[in-house]
Ligand binder design. Sequence first.
Ligand code: 5GP
Length: 125
Amino acid sequence: MPVDATLPYDDQNIFAKILRGEIPARRVYEDDFALAFPDINPQAPNHILVIPKGAYVSWDDFSARGSEAEIAGFVRAVGTVAREAGLVTSGYRLLANTGPDSHQEVPHLHVHILAGRKLGPMLAR
Ligand code: 5GP
């Protein structure tokens, strides 16, 4: 079910549970600002999700309310995860769905890192 990204943060969402360790995920990267783990339903050979540690519903919420340190830390973490996964030379795509038209399903900001094959045009035609 796509989510309404204007709703208040729901701390029972699945990524909040992963952050708290209540649901397992293979932690491929973690620092003070971000956690990264593989997507459970990968859409490409490499499909990693990077989430901020703070309680933010979406890119909209994070860009409006996140502190300078959180935003800088998160952006650096996304780059680090892709770099450490060896994806820079062949290339990768970042995706951050926000709200119903984007089909955002989990109401905790996440950036998808997609790579490992020719990803084709940006959107399905
Ligand atoms: P969205 O559509 O919100 O941008 O993406 C949500 C993503 O979260 C989907 O690609 C979905 O496969 C992934 N996902 C949903 N539940 C879980 C889970 O419990 N663990 C992991 N690792 N990924 C999940």
